[in-house]
Design a binder for this molecule. Sequence first.
Ligand code: THU
Length: 135
Amino acid sequence: MDLERLIDEARAVSEKAHAPYSGFQVGAALLAEDGSVHVGCNVENASYGLTVCAERSAVTSAIAQGVKSFRAVAIVTNGERPVGPCGACRQVLAEFASDLIVVSEAGGLRKQWTLGELLPSPFEGLPEWPGGQHD
Ligand code: THU
């Protein structure tokens, strides 16, 4: 699975987005370490704050399949230029990989980062928690 195909998967799922309020359709495709791909789209609600982003939707789907190690995420929107994931999604993605490749495409343009560049200091929990940050 290369990034081109991952982007194609994100584009395909973006067409299924439920975005009647913003009109901004987002698709995300997560490439797992085992080669599997897990997709999600944004799901808006009449109570706007209940909206779920595409990236978190993809993470939820992967976790439900028992998959939690990822190499890359592709994001495709119907906007004019590529966007990075929102802050909340960066934090959720950081739970699973700081060296994740994040590639975003829109309007015929593409941008690429690592998650560590986009969120250099995620919240990592307290020392006594599993995986929690230690000094
Ligand atoms: N959205 C995402 O799906 N991912 C992001 O990272 C940013 C925003 C969605 C949420 C909402 O449905 C629409 O884009 C406009 O904010």
